[in-house]
Design a protein around this ligand. Structure first.
Ligand SMILES: *Cc1c(COP(=O)(O)O)cnc(C)c1O
Length: 358
């Protein structure tokens, strides 16, 4: 990666380590045993990434008609689970081409009813306790117990729509023991409920949200503990992580344009900005980085981009060797919720180039 990053013909650029990504997903797959692994495309739907993951996952989870069409085109044979709130009529007819549809409301079910055959997971919003979650997915997502019962009633006399189980993506940023605790709470409610409805071979999709610690680039979610715990659940279990699969194998590489000290604070102004890598702004963290060319005793510096807004900060008051214009900086952990969640057109700078290492 480093060699490649130093020899690019222009900056900024994204570099994806596809070989590293493949090794990573293989180890996750091995740790999961019988649990099915779907990749949440919204974390990074780059076609090369999807192709790299394809033979190591059981399917892909999509959250829009656009994602569904893109994944179908990129990986024609892969299984697809289609979720997300506020599905349009067009999206609901596309949903019939998915292997599983995650239904979010009774009205969605009503609209799906006229369309054709579908296998349904009802998305549950259960009153579970989630300590320390980075993001709790309550609010408009999923349904409470009364509404789930209403859906079950509607499904009971619809020959085209088959209830297969429950979907529950409840929080993100959790460690393996906490996630297992949540999965146990979901199981405890869902299996008796599905059994009472006569669902054979019930399926539980317990979502994504495995923790990624940006302050500790070498740490990883404990897939072994998680996989072992999930394998004890007496049902067909499926998970759909995004961030914890792709975060580690993307770099945003750029060069220093200017360095200045204003009112005691030193700033390095980098080519590009958070309109290419929005992750540190949305997550409120310092993006981990490597100063690839500079050397010397580390001093505090704030790494910013070219945008005319004080929010354009990659990392604030972090330690780096003294930087000069032309130095190369690689922001690591930029493989998920990075380029594809960023506001690319703000200020109309050139877009980064994309490189793939195999
Ligand atoms: C975003 C999302 C995921 C993936 O979450 P990560 O934090 O990237 O693992 C999975 N399922 C649903 C329903 C989501 O909305």
């Amino acid at each position: 990666m480093k060699e490649h990053a130093l020899n690019l013909d222009r900056y900024p650029a994204y570099i994806y380590d596809l070989a590293g990504l493949e090794a990573h997903v293989k180890s996750i797959r091995a740790a999961l045993g019988p649990t099915e692994l779907f990749y949440a495309a919204k974390a990074n739907p780059d076609a090369e990434i999807l192709r790299t993951l394809a033979s190591h996952v059981d399917g892909v989870e999509v959250s829009s008609g656009g994602e569904l069409t893109h994944v179908r085109e990129t990986l024609p044979k892969t299984r697809i689970a289609f979720g997300g709130p506020g599905k349009t009529p067009q999206e609901l007819s596309l949903a019939l081409h998915a292997d599983r549809v995650h239904v979010e409301s009774p009205s969605e079910l009503t609209r799906l009813a006229g369309e054709g055959f579908a296998n349904i997971l009802l998305r549950a919003n259960l009153p579970l306790t989630t300590p320390d979650a980075a993001l709790t997915m309550n609010g408009p997502f999923g349904m409470d117990e009364d509404t789930l019962n209403e859906c079950a009633y509607m499904l009971a006399d619809n020959p085209q729509l088959t209830l297969r189980g429950i979907h529950a993506h409840l929080a993100s940023g959790l460690d393996a023991p906490t996630m297992l605790g949540l999965a146990a709470q979901i199981t405890e409610w869902a299996l008796p409920w599905l059994k009472s409805l006569g669902v054979n071979n019930p399926e539980l999709n317990v979502g994504g949200g495995m923790a990624v610690d940006y302050s500790s680039p070498d740490s990883r979610f404990d897939w072994q503990t998680y996989g072992t715990g999930l394998s004890l659940i007496p049902a067909k279990v499926r998970i759909e992580p995004g961030r914890a699969i792709t975060a580690y194998h993307g770099w945003y590489v750029t060069d220093v344009l200017d360095v200045k000290t204003t009112r005691g604070e030193t700033y390095a102004i980098l080519r590009g900005g958070t309109h290419h890598l929005r992750t540190p702004v949305t997550k409120g963290h310092d993006q981990p980085f490597l100063a690839l060319t500079a050397s010397g005793m580390k001093i505090p510096v704030t790494l910013v981009g070219q945008l005319c807004t004080p929010k354009d900060v990659f990392a604030r008051n972090v330690l780096a060797p003294p930087l000069i214009p032309g130095d190369i900086i690689a922001f690591t952990m930029a493989g998920a919720y990075a380029w594809n969640i960023s506001h690319h057109d703000f200020l109309m700078h050139p877009k980064p180039a994309f490189h793939y290492i195999r």
